[in-house]
Design a binder for this molecule. Structure first.
Ligand code: B12
Ligand code: SF4
Ligand code: SF4
Length: 405
């Protein structure tokens, strides 16, 4: 791309600031920091590739406990994740970057509006992967031009343990909720990494400031923390509503409440958020229509409408069926019998995942005789074993004389 080449040529400036004299490592780092700030990164630090030896041990324990659930991609090539030098033998410094996405409201408030869906803060705007990757690439191009050394850019999806590396680079510490907490931005930082063959001065690792606080452990609706600093992803609503492809396990359905995509409870309750500021990137800011969408409207989404509503949003990734599954769980938890019509309509949906969730939603909302009549009708034609199981299970646990709420 012609524009890109011109950009690279322009970016050679810093290396030759002193009339052709290559920048010292300290000057290069200082210039990199300025460049990162200009590009919209809110914090930056440099870690040694050997700085996260302990994280590897904990990662192994996490996998051995099966805490990653069905995220096979997380378990693949663990040696690369545990040791950045295995991922790229040429790496000499790891630059960790953070982008603040602090919300402009309290994300716990929406949980009280039971007929509305709660989409986690990170997913109410444009997809951060796209927004930040673009910036990381721009910064990486600048660094190549300024240092003459090779670089690699990573955000989220690569085999990089971003949180321990960010702690090693001084951006914050891994709190008891396992995410990175920053003194400046609380729990609201997206992370990204640039690996470079340049030898840059290291920052000092940050230290744990959780102290005796336990707020994140106590608020978790699904008891997903077997111990402080340890998460069982299989119990986490973020995993259950985003990564999990099948029906949501029964034991978590009620605790999910109206959370239809991800969960922010453990982040939102963190006392370090008192120093947080609103994110400054407008592309990441909440879109009005995703702040408190009506469950009834979301249940009506077909594939085309789903893709239109979630264009450029990370939500698009899970597809319409998984999303409507989540909406139906929230409908079942809404305590509003008028929403039963939406669930009833979805009993005929083409997706068994949606039909199964519709059965559960109805079992939470309608009276027993109505449920039995619907079950008798549906079981005559339902061919999917999992959906048939949903009918049987709902029927066996539903109170004999339940009247509509
Ligand atoms: C897999 C994954 C998930 C999984 C598993 C989460 C997890 N905690 O592992 C699921 C789907 C559940 C998830 C959810 C979320 N995620 Co996520 N996720 C990732 C991903 C891709 C890998 C994380 C990983 O390696 N997990 C494996 C475990 C073993 O690693 P770990 O958490 O670092 O484990 C450490 C601790 O357990 C600790 N430890 C273990 N035992 C002990 C004992 C003691 C005594 C101590 C001190 C420490 C300790 O050491 C381990 C190693 O460092 C990263 C991106 C990346 N490439 O890093 C994003 C990432 C972690 N996710 C992110 C976000 C925003 C979220 C959500 C907030 C989204 C949402 N709102 O729904 C939730 C938060 C849930 C939570 N409480 O963690 C951000 C976090 C940013 C930050 N500030 O930290 C990341 C970094 C993505 C990004 N690029 O910004 N996520
Ligand atoms: S994101 Fe929600 S479900 Fe997951 S650990 Fe945090 S509070 Fe628990
Ligand atoms: S809520 Fe408390 S324990 Fe949890 S990460 Fe924040 S400071 Fe640490």
């Amino acid at each position: 791309m012609a524009g890109g080449r011109a950009g690279l040529a322009d970016l050679r400036g810093p290396r030759f600031l002193n009339k052709g004299v290559k920048l010292s490592a300290a000057d290069l780092k200082a210039a990199l920091k300025r460049e990162a700030e200009t590009l919209g990164f809110d914090c930056i630090g440099v870690a040694d590739p050997d700085a996260i030896a302990n994280a590897g041990k904990y990662f192994r324990e996490f996998l051995d406990a099966g805490a990653h659930g069905d995220m096979d991609w997380l378990a693949a090539h663990p040696e690369r994740r545990m040791d950045p030098r295995v991922l790229w033998p040429g790496v000499r410094s790891i630059i960790m970057l953070g982008v603040n996405y602090g919300p402009d409201d309290n994300p716990l408030e929406i949980l009280k509006a039971r007929t509305r869906g709660a989409i986690s803060v990170y997913a109410q705007g444009d997809d951060y992967h796209d927004v930040i990757k673009k910036r990381l690439k721009t910064l990486a191009r600048w660094l190549v031009a300024a240092s003459g050394e090779e670089v690699k850019v990573f955000i989220d999806t690569a085999a990089v343990m971003e949180k321990p590396l960010a702690q090693a680079a001084g951006l914050g510490w891994q709190g008891k909720h396992t995410n990175l907490v920053s003194r400046e931005f609380g729990s609201w930082l997206f992370l990204g990494a640039i690996f470079t063959a340049s030898d840059l001065p290291r920052d000092t690792a940050d230290t744990d400031r959780c102290g005796s606080c336990n707020a994140c452990q106590e608020i978790c609706p699904t008891a997903a923390f077997p111990a402080p600093y340890k998460l069982d992803a299989r119990r986490c609503i973020s995993y259950l509503t985003i990564e999990n492809k099948g029906p949501i396990p029964h034991e978590f359905r009620k605790s999910i409440g109206n959370r239809i995509y991800g969960c922010d409870d453990c982040l939102a309750v963190c006392p370090w958020n008192k120093f947080a500021q609103e994110g400054r990137e407008t592309k990441l800011a909440a879109r009005a229509e995703l702040r408190a969408p009506s469950l009834a409207d979301l249940a009506r989404l077909d594939d085309a409408a789903f893709r239109a509503l979630f264009s450029k949003s990370p939500v698009k990734r899970i597809g319409r069926d998984r999303f409507v599954r989540n909406v139906l769980i929230a409908i079942g938890n809404a305590g509003d019998v008028s929403l039963a019509a939406q669930a009833e309509r979805l009993l005929d949906d083409a997706s068994p995942l949606v039909r199964g969730a519709a059965v559960w939603a109805l079992s939470q909302l309608v009276a027993r005789d109505r449920f039995d009549a619907l079950a008798a009708k549906a079981m005559g034609s339902e061919a999917d074993d999992e959906v048939r199981d949903e009918w049987r299970q709902a029927s066996s646990v539903m109170p004999r004389h339940r009247v509509s709420p």
